[in-house]
Design a protein around this ligand. Structure first.
Ligand code: AHR
Length: 656
């Protein structure tokens, strides 16, 4: 072959391989479909030690003295729980450092407030004995950190409170207090660690009593100073976790659940009115996820949490149905409807309203913003069929007083598909759909909303996750999530909002009740899973119009029963800046060169490319490798035709 023929053959070969490559044509001129301004948000509830031992920065385990252990008993289960507490009971998290220095006993009726009747009686037989608390799998010690707290004690003499190493040999910081009351007395304290203190979570809280004798101890708290300027309860929130959340650019926070809204029994629901004010006046309740919630994260804290993130609440109101299947309808529902109306007034009412004034008394005179109220949670589990009636009662009452609010139904989406009217003929503003799937199912569902009626009921995907990896998600989950997000973003004219669940997990043994969570932490370190970073990339790079994409030659990958596409994509454009965002997901093990054509807008110069990739689907971040997989920035020369290289198992955002 002569030189000319070789060149022609090579050119033909290249042309052939280029034409076999996947191609995406961005039709910018046809970008008319609007992106919902509330598309990306967060969902939260007390699960996986989300607040206690998580976002709520109070550091002591069992501050309200709930968790006692039966000693020497031989009855088990239900029968035992119903027994009156016996004098042999001791505590699970309030312990004597030296077990030979006396006894600690649970006292059921000796507390400091009507709402918090529990306390402990301490009988010390040795001088200088210490009561210790382990925190939530440790207590974080930072250099030059101010800590503050309160304790309620009956007793006389000198005591020292502070933080020390687990064996007690090293004191990090402490404060002496003088006890001088035979009755309950509050002692506020603070201490600061020295500038050269070592950062560690291997610390315990202690109260050392100078003299042997009898003491009683009730509600005891310890908070680290946040270091942030206090705006709306900044000290209340663990700031490293707040920083991770802010990076997600959430537009809303759906709270307080999830199952946590409902509770196992009526008494265990999220009863917002009892979650206000001083923590000693909040009775707390058991989370359906099995552990005690002090309700330190109460209604105002949730609202302030929204404010601190620049998000607005999606307020879930209790709708008269609990997880055991118990429900009320008709007149019996009226008090719960009134509670919901009051909760809305507390959120958005002016200070001249009853509950707006209460909010001001709690420290926040300005009303919060509210667009969406959700009636209940997952009421498609209510097989009694009572939801339609319960929903109707709530809907009518809320719309009568607040016609501007959008009401979200949790009715089974299949019953409503395409109707926007519930079985009783009532108009539904939005329905909440939940999807927990594996990566394969997410890939198969990645076109789900493309065929939905554009004039049908609006959708809120209020819980979803690709459940791969535990306790936090792995790269496989991130890929499934990203594929699913391309679908939600492309269809955000009808899908008005979505949020992943669950958001948090304390990764210590015993911390997790639900696998595949977005953000993990222990007492001192927090990290985002690969799926977290996929959301940061998607939510932080979003236009206001969807750019239609014509795709050609999309490869498939073998998976389960039949192949699925290997590439997923979506594009949006910001009308104000003219910026185009292209997101591409490669779920497969082979690299792909994607030809990108941009029509209807001239693009040139260097685009920013953000890449998230793993060495394989199981690759992940964990508490010891918190930043193994994080987004990396690079640049790419773009024009009306360019090639985007997609590495195996990668997610890319191109900003041009
Ligand atoms: O996200 C965990 C749980 O899943 C939620 O509490 C509940 O709404 C759903 O079933």
């Amino acid at each position: 072959m002569n030189k000319r023929k070789i060149v022609i053959a090579a050119a033909l070969l290249i042309a052939a391989s280029v034409s076999a490559q996947p191609k995406l044509t961005l039709q910018v001129g046809n970008a008319t479909r609007s992106v919902s301004p509330t598309l990306y948000g967060l969902m939260t509830e007390e699960i996986n030690f989300a607040y206690e031992g998580g976002l709520y920065s109070q550091l002591l385990r069992d501050p309200s003295m709930q968790e006692n252990v039966q000693m020497g008993g031989n009855r088990r289960g239900q029968q035992q729980q119903q027994q009156a507490p016996r004098p042999t009971q001791t505590m699970r998290y309030w312990l004597l450092a030296d077990t030979t220095s006396g006894t600690i006993r649970f006292a059921q009726n000796g507390g400091i407030s009507f709402e918090n009747k529990k306390s402990i009686n301490i009988n010390l037989t040795k001088d200088g004995a210490s009561v210790v608390n382990p925190g939530f799998w440790g207590i974080p010690v930072y250099p030059a950190k101010r800590y503050f707290g309160d304790t309620y004690i009956k007793g006389q003499g000198r005591a020292t409170v502070g933080l020390r190493s687990l064996d007690g040999s090293k004191v990090f910081a402490q404060k002496e207090i003088t006890l001088n009351s035979a009755d309950w007395k509050q002692y506020s304290f603070e201490f600061t660690t020295p500038a050269d203190a070592q950062r560690t979570k291997d610390a315990q809280f202690f109260i050392t009593f100078e003299k042997a004798g009898n003491y009683s101890l009730a509600y005891t708290t310890l908070y680290p100073e946040s270091g942030k300027q206090v705006t709306c309860k900044s000290n209340w929130f663990r700031q490293d976790i707040m920083d991770l959340l802010r990076e997600m650019h959430p537009k809303f926070l759906r709270f307080p659940g999830g199952n946590y809204l409902e509770g196992n029994r009526f008494a265990d629901r999220f009863d917002w009115k009892s979650t206000r004010g001083n923590v000693i006046n909040r009775p707390g309740h058991r989370s359906p996820w099995g552990y005690w919630s002090t309700d330190g994260m109460g209604i105002l804290e949730f609202l302030c949490w929204c404010e601190e993130m620049g998000a607005e609440p999606i307020l879930g109101v209790f709708a008269g149905y609990v997880l055991s299947g118990d429900y009320v309808v008709g007149d019996a529902l009226n008090s719960f409807i009134q509670d919901a109306l009051d909760e809305i007034e507390y959120t958005i009412g002016s200070t001249s309203t009853k509950w707006g004034a209460e909010r001001a008394k709690d420290g926040h005179p300005e009303p919060f913003k509210l667009t969406y109220v959700e009636i209940g949670n997952e009421d498609f589990f209510d097989r009694s069929g009572s939801y339609s009636q319960r929903f109707t009662q709530f809907y009518n009452a809320i719309k009568a007083k607040y016609p501007q609010l959008q009401i979200i139904s949790t009715q089974d989406e299949r019953a409503l598909r395409g109707n926007s009217v519930d079985p009783q003929g009532l108009k539904v503003d939005v329905i909440d759909e939940h999807y927990y799937r594996n990566a394969e199912s997410m890939y198969r569902a990645a076109q789900q909303y493309d065929s939905y009626d554009r004039n049908g009921v609006k959708i809120f995907c209020g819980e979803w996750a690709t459940r791969e990896g535990k306790p936090t998600t792995n790269m496989n989950a991130a890929l499934g999530d990203a594929a699913w997000m391309t679908c939600m973003e492309r269809n955000s004219d009808i899908l008005v909002a979505h949020c992943y669940a669950p958001l948090f997990v304390n990764v210590n043994e015993g911390g997790m009740q639900w696998e595949s969570d977005l953000i993990g932490y222990d007492a001192i370190t927090s990290f985002g899973s690969p799926a977290y970073w996929a959301q940061v990339m998607f939510a932080g790079n979003l236009g206001d119009k969807v750019v239609p994409i014509q795709s050609e030659q999309i490869p498939t990958m073998e998976m389960g029963r039949e192949p699925v596409p290997q590439l997923y994509f979506v594009s949006t454009r910001d009308t104000k800046t003219g910026k185009i965002y292209l997101k591409v997901v490669n779920g497969g093990a082979t690299a792909q060169k994607v030809n990108v054509a941009v029509e209807g807008q001239k693009v040139s110069g260097k685009a920013k490319v953000i890449t998230l990739k793993g060495e394989g689907p199981l690759d992940t971040n964990d508490i010891d490798h918190p930043t193994k997989i994080t987004p990396q920035n690079s640049q790419l020369k773009v024009s009306s035709n360019f090639v985007l290289s997609m590495e195996p198992y990668s997610i890319k955002v191109v900003i041009m």
